[in-house]
Structure formats: structure tokens, C-alpha cells
Design a protein. Structure first.
Lengths: 90, 214
């Protein structure tokens, strides 16, 4: 009976504005038969630090986050903050 | 086809022939499983009678993993998991206990349900606006603010540094973000919930739902 645990990034979803939704799967197997699979998620935004991320996530980020994408996202972030500030001032 | 299924209509016992496949089922309306294109390797106890698909084996279920249907009547995704929350504050420091920073989510279709509680292990002269980051999916950027772009998240705060008075705390998720912004409502003007209410040991209970585009 060989138990094994693997942690892998099993899904990445790149959204329209460049955010990357990352799903990490922790899989337990016994003699190659999957016993359980648990998911943990996080989201990266254009320009985020990818240190410590799965190599494939970093590669996707490097490809998707062009200077234009990051600049656009920064503009969205600024606009978003203004909307939030305005809401709190209502 | 590998691991495909075949419906056995309403013939509980009998031979079934197609494409050089011969196999005898034993369960009324049972489903057979292919090992490859020509071999049926098993018969499950799951059944389909033309109206109802019934899954009967404990430990299994109906799996839909991000099928991305555009049909409004199609349930195309179901997922359970966890996510970690971090705090951001305008001034000072707020640190979420790493043993109390993991919340749970369940995604059904495009709806994300979140639930859990966090505890602050450090609150060093926090002041001003604060927020919680790390939601598992990005809040939608489509629709309208009045309907779904800025959902409220119920947040309860226990053992704050000082009474939150007047008003009651709540959170919201701005469109296209993974951040819960903390505010105080029930007063004449909705305002930022000042982080100076947070102390070491303060708990924040979070429950809510929002829509995502993926």
C-alpha cells in the first residue's frame, strides 16, 4: 500500500483584463488510485509578484502581462478606487 | 471512446449489439462503461430511464468542472475549495493569523459562496480604510451595480478594540476585484469602517455570495 500526496497547479483561467485565477489541487492516492482531491484558489492581477508561484503560472503571467495589459489594469485599479471612494462619500 | 457510457433503455436483461459490441446488461435502465472503443468493461448501478438520471454509488456524484456553457439553463460548474485571506490597511499593520486565514468556497455555476472566520494576530496602531484580499474568483465586471457588480458581504466583528457605534459593519466586493472592502452602514452616510476598531484577537466572520465571469 503506497500512499502519495501531490500538490499541483491543475487549472489557470486568464480573464479578459489579465487576471489569472489559479487552482491548486492536493491529491491523495493509494497505489495510484485517487482517494481525495482538494482545491485551493488564489487570483493574480496584472503586475503582481509571481515569486513562489508554479513555474507554469509564472510563464503564463509573463506572456499575458504585456506592458499594455499592466497599464490598462493600473488604470482600472485607479478608476475602481475612485468609484469606491465616491460610494463611501455618498 | 474511453470510459464512455451507454444507456440500456428499458431492457433489464438481454443482448445489445452495435458496432461489433456484444454485451449483456443486468440492471434495468443501467449504464454500461466502455474500456475503449470496442469493450464494455463494467455496468454501473447508475440508471437512466429516459427521464431521470440516478446516481447511486456512495463516494461519487455528478462532476462538472468548468464546462463554460453559455446556456442559461445549463449547470456547468461545481467546485468546493479553500482560499486564504490577507488584510490591507491604510495606516499601521493588520496581520491575519495564519492558522485562522483560510476560508471555504463553493462555486455553483457562476455563483461563488464564501464562508469562514479570520482572527487578527497583530494589530499595530491600525487606522483608516482596510480590506480583505484573496477571494478565490474575481468578482464579475458585467451587469450593473444595482444588481450584481458590487455585492454586499455579511461581516460580523467580535471583540473589537472599541464599539462600532453608530452603524453596523459590512463588506462589499467592488467589480472586477478579489477584495472585500470594509464599511459601516445603517447611518446617514455609508463610511469606511475605521481599522482602529480592530485589535489583536479580533475575529471577523464572513459569509456571502457573488457572481464571477469564469
Amino acid at each position: 500500500m503506497a500512499l502519495s500526496k501531490t500538490v499541483t497547479c491543475d487549472r489557470m483561467e486568464v480573464l479578459e483584463m489579465g487576471q489569472i485565477q489559479v487552482r491548486v489541487a492536493t491529491v491523495l492516492t493509494e497505489d495510484g488510485v485517487e482517494l481525495s482531491r482538494a482545491f485551493h484558489r488564489h487570483v493574480l492581477e496584472p503586475g503582481d509578484d509571481t515569486t513562489g508561484e508554479d513555474d507554469r503560472v509564472a510563464a503564463v503571467a509573463a506572456a499575458a502581462w504585456t506592458p499594455d495589459v499592466i497599464a490598462h489594469w493600473d488604470a482600472i485599479r485607479t478608476e475602481r478606487q475612485a468609484l469606491m471612494d465616491a460610494s463611501l462619500a455618498e | 471512446m474511453s470510459n464512455g457510457v451507454r444507456f440500456f433503455a428499458s431492457q433489464p436483461v438481454g443482448n445489445w449489439n452495435a458496432a461489433a459490441i456484444t454485451w449483456s446488461g443486468s440492471t434495468a435502465n443501467g449504464l454500461a462503461t466502455y474500456g475503449d472503443g470496442t469493450d464494455i468493461v463494467a455496468e454501473s448501478t447508475a440508471t437512466y430511464d429516459g427521464t431521470t438520471l440516478q446516481l447511486t454509488t456512495s463516494g461519487g456524484g455528478l462532476k462538472m468542472d468548468g464546462l463554460n456553457s453559455s446556456n442559461a439553463n445549463t449547470l456547468d460548474d461545481y467546485e468546493e475549495g479553500t482560499f486564504d485571506v490577507t488584510a490591507t490597511v491604510a495606516s499601521g499593520t493588520l496581520t491575519v493569523d495564519t492558522n485562522r486565514d483560510t476560508l471555504k468556497y463553493t462555486k455553483i455555476g457562476n455563483r461563488v459562496f464564501i464562508m469562514g472566520q479570520i482572527e487578527f494576530t497583530t494589530a499595530s496602531t491600525p487606522s483608516g480604510a482596510w480590506s480583505l484580499s484573496g477571494l478565490p474568483f474575481t468578482n464579475t465586471n458585467t451587469g450593473t451595480y444595482s444588481v450584481n457588480k458590487r455585492p454586499n458581504i455579511a461581516t460580523g466583528i467580535s471583540t473589537p478594540a472599541s464599539d462600532i457605534d453608530p452603524g453596523s459593519p459590512f463588506g462589499w466586493i467592488e467589480a472586477n476585484t478579489t477584495v472585500i472592502t470594509m464599511a459601516v452602514g445603517g447611518i446617514a452616510s455609508t463610511a469606511t469602517l475605521n481599522a482602529n476598531h480592530i485589535d489583536t484577537g479580533t475575529h471577523v466572520f464572513i459569509t456571502g455570495q457573488y457572481v464571477c465571469d469564469s
